[in-house]
Design a protein around this ligand. Sequence first.
Ligand SMILES: Cc1cc2nc3c(=O)[nH]c(=O)nc-3n(C[C@H](O)[C@H](O)[C@H](O)COP(=O)(O)OP(=O)(O)OC[C@H]3O[C@@H](n4cnc5c(N)ncnc54)[C@H](O)[C@@H]3O)c2cc1C
Length: 260
Amino acid sequence: MDAGDLIFGVLEPAAGALHARTAVKVLAGLAVAKGARPVRGEARPAGDPKGSAVAVDGETLHADRVVWACGPWLPRLFPGLVGLRVARCEYYYYQAPPGWTMPPLPIWYDFQGPFYGIFDLDGHGLKIAPDDAEADRDFDPQHGSRELDNHKEASSRAYLARRFPALAGLKQAGGRVCQYELTPDNEFIIAPLPGTPNAWVVGGGSGHGFKHGPALGEYVERLLTGAEQPLERHSLRERQRPGADAPRSATADFPVTGQT
Ligand SMILES: Cc1cc2nc3c(=O)[nH]c(=O)nc-3n(C[C@H](O)[C@H](O)[C@H](O)COP(=O)(O)OP(=O)(O)OC[C@H]3O[C@@H](n4cnc5c(N)ncnc54)[C@H](O)[C@@H]3O)c2cc1C
C-alpha cells in the first residue's frame, strides 16, 4: 500500500463485513418463525385516517402500527413529504491476484477520495467504490436502468493503481448499479406520518443505513410503544445541508484535518 500522501491512518482490527443479503434472509426467517406472515407486493396507504391500513395488490391489511421503511422508494410513496434525494451509484469488481483476500486484509476507506474497497471476499473479486454519491446524478429506483455505464471505472482503476501499485492493470470482473437515498444532512428520517398517528416513516440511510439496522429496529420499537419520543433531528422538517467544510455525519467523530 502506498500511503505516502496520507498524514495518518486508523486500523480497526476488530472490524468486519456484513453479509447483507444473508442477514436480511435470516431476519425474515426469524420473523416468520415468530408468527409473521410475509406478503409480497407493492404496498400503499389504504386511506385509513389513523394510518393503520395498508393496501397490497387488492388486499387490505390492518395493523396497530404501520412502518413505511421503503428506502429510496419513499419519495415515490409520499411525494413532497419525504425530502430524500436518490442518487445513482456504480461500483466495480476486479479479478483479485492471489493473496488479496479479506480476511486477512481489512476493508479500507479513504475519506479524501472518497473511495472505499473490499479485497476479495467469498470469491466475488476485489471491490472498489467511488463514494461521492452527493455529486452523482439522480436515479429512479423503480424504472432506472441497472446497466453499468462504467463512467467512474477509469478513476477507480487509477486510484487502485496509485494506492496499491501492485494492483495496476487488473481485469474488470463486473460491477453493480445501486442507489443511495440521501437526506441533506445525512441524518435518518424516523418520524410519525403527519395526521396519521399509527403510521411512521423510517429511512434516509444515506449510504450508511445497513449497519444501524438492529439498533434502529430496537429504537423504533420503543418509539412505537411510546417508551421514547422521536427526535426533532429525525423529523420530516426541511433539512439543511451542512457547510461544505463539515464532515459527513458518518465521519462526524473523526476530525479530518490537514492536507492529504
Ligand atoms: C453501493 C452501496 C453501498 C452501501 N454500503 C453500505 C455500508 O457499507 N454500510 C452500511 O451500513 N450501509 C451501506 N449502504 C446503505 C444501505 O444499503 C441502506 O442504508 C439500507 O439498505 C437502507 O435500508 P432500508 O431498509 O431503509 O431500505 P432498503 O434496503 O432500500 O429496503 C427498502 C425495501 O422496501 C421495498 N419497497 C419499496 N417500496 C415498497 C412498497 N411500496 N411496497 C412494498 N415494498 C416496497 C423495496 O423493494 C426494498 O426491498 C450502501 C448502499 C449502497 C447502494
